[in-house]
Design a protein around this ligand. Sequence first.
Ligand SMILES: Cc1cc2nc3c(=O)[nH]c(=O)nc-3n(C[C@H](O)[C@H](O)[C@H](O)COP(=O)(O)OP(=O)(O)OC[C@H]3O[C@@H](n4cnc5c(N)ncnc54)[C@H](O)[C@@H]3O)c2cc1C
Length: 558
Amino acid sequence: MIEREQIEMDVVFVGAGPANLAAALHLKSEIKKYNEFVANGIKPGKPISDLEIAIVEKGSFVGAHILSGAVMDPIAIRELMPDFLAQGCPVDSVVTDDAAWYLTEKRRFVAPITPPPLKNKGKYIVSLSKICEWLGEKCEEAGINIFPEFPAAELLYDENDRVIGIRTGDKGIDKEGKPKVNFEPGVDLLAKVTVLGEGSRGSLAKQLTARLGLDHGKEEQVFSLGIKELWEVPAGNFQEGMVVHTLGFPSDTRTYGGGWIYGLKNNTVSIGYVTGLDYEDPMIDPHTEFQKFKTHPKIAEILAGGKMIKYGAKSINTGGYYTMPKLYADGVLLVGDCASFLNGQRIKGIHTAMKSGMLAAETIVGAFEHEDFSSKTLRHFEEKVEMSWIYDELHPVRNFHAAFQKGRWSGLINTGLQYLTKGLAWGFMPKEYHIAGYERMQKITENGQRRTENGRYAEVKFDKELTFDKITDVFHAGVAHDEDQPSHLHVLDTEICATRCAEEYGNPCQRFCPAAVYEMEDNAATARKELKVNFSNCVHCKTCHQLGHPRRRRRTEL
Ligand SMILES: Cc1cc2nc3c(=O)[nH]c(=O)nc-3n(C[C@H](O)[C@H](O)[C@H](O)COP(=O)(O)OP(=O)(O)OC[C@H]3O[C@@H](n4cnc5c(N)ncnc54)[C@H](O)[C@@H]3O)c2cc1C
C-alpha cells in the first residue's frame, strides 16, 4: 500500500491552458472585488478568506504542451485584463490583412471578399505557448501555486460521487511498472472545487463524463486533427500580419479539411492543415495530407528557401454547442476545449476557453459565498455560459460541422444558409449527423476491391526540404520521453489489430497517428503482422484516443 501525501487546497485547476490560467487569475480578482463589496457594505455576508489555489500541469513548464502560432481574438483577455498589452502580454503581430483561398491541384482562387467568420483584421497572431507562460507568471505573482510536471492521473470522489480533488501520477517507474530508486508516489490534492481544463479529449474529463453520464442526451463529439509546422522563410516570401485560410486541395470533397498560413514577426510563418477525423477512407493519412498541402505551387512558393523549425499536432473538438457535456457536477466544473467550447467555424477556441474559465471563476466565488460546493450552486456556471457572448457565438454555428458530413459542396451551401438564419439545420443535412466521427470510417474492402492509397500521396517525396516524414517532424516537436518508463498508451486488445482491424480497416492507426507511434511489425513466430507501440514518439495529439474506439476496433488509453 503506497502512502500518499495529502495536501488540502480550496480550488484545484487541472491543466495550465488559457482556460484555467484565465480562470485562476479571474478567481483571485473576483474574490478581491467581492471582499471589497462586503467591507463597504454593498454586499451582506462575511468576506471570503484567502483561498489556496493550485494549477497542476503535466508539461515540464507552463506552455510546454501548448501548440503555438494561433490567431487570438482578444475579446476575453481584454475582459480579464483590459491593459494586457501595457502589462507585457507577448503578442507577436497584429493581423493587418486576411484572405480566403480555394485551391485546386495547381491553381489558387482568392475569394473576392473574406467570408465573415474568417475575417481577422485587428486580432493578434500569438505564440499560444508564450501567452500561457506569461499568464502563468501573472498567476504566480497573484499568489497562485503552479505545479508543472504534475499530471493529474485520476479524480478523487467521496462516497456520494462528489469530486473531492485529484491524485497526481506516480513518478520514477520503470517500463515494467516497477518503482525505480527515484520513485515518488503521486500526491492527493484535495479541493472544495476541482476545475478540469485539460484541453481536447482530456483524460480526467473523459473519466468523469463516463462515470456521471455528463454527455447523456448530447451529441457525440467529432474531432479534427490539426498539424502544423513553424518555418523561417526568406524576407519577402510572406507578409507579417497576413492571415490566409484555405479550402480545397489536398482534401477530397468528402473529407473535411482546410489549411492556414499566418505571418509572424522575423519572417516566421505558421503553416498547418486540419483534417476532420470523421473521414471515410481508411487510407487517409492526415500528416501526409499536410505534407501534400505544402506541395501546392502557391504554398511551396511561400516556403521556398525556408527552414522548418518546429512541428506539432493536436486534436480539435469540432462538434460545437450540441456536443457540450453537462458542465458541472458536485465539486467539479469543466472549462475550455475539454468541454467543447471551441468555435469550429472560426477554428478558434482561445477566447471561448478563457471566457469559460472566467465564468467558472465567478461561479466559484458564489460557491464560497454560500459555502456550498454541490451542483446546486455550481449549476449556475451553465446559466452564466448561456447568458454570455459564448452562447451568442456558439449557438448560431451549432450545426456547422454537421453540415459538412455530406461533403464539401453541401457543407458550403448549408453554411451559407446557416449564416443567414443564425444556424438553422436544413432538410438536406445528413440524418445521421449526430453519430461519432469514427463511425463514419468505411471498410478497406469496397465492392470486393481493396482500397489502396491509389496515388493519393504520389507527389509527396519526403525530401526533407519541403516535405518531411513523420520521424523527422517528431524530432522537431520538442517532446521527450524516458524509454525506461511505462508506456502511457495502452491498447487493450492487440489481437484485434492483427486480425479484424487489419482485414477490415488496414490498420488505420499507422496512418492517422501523426507521430509514427503505431507500427504493424512482422512477427516471425506468429507469421503475421503485430502492433508495435513506439510510445516515445508521441506528440500527445490524442487522435488515437478518438479513432481507436472500442465499438469499432480497440481502445487506446492515455
Ligand atoms: C492546430 C490547432 C490550431 C488552432 N488554432 C487556433 C487559433 O488560431 N485561434 C484560436 O483561438 N484557437 C486555435 N486553436 C484552439 C485553441 O488552441 C484551443 O481552443 C485552446 O488552446 C483551448 O484552451 P484550453 O485551456 O481548454 O486547453 P489547452 O490549450 O489544450 O490546454 C490544456 C492544458 O492542460 C494540460 N493537461 C491536460 N491534461 C492534463 C492532466 N491530466 N494533468 C495536468 N495537465 C493536463 C495540457 O498539457 C495543456 O497545457 C487551435 C487548435 C489547434 C489544435
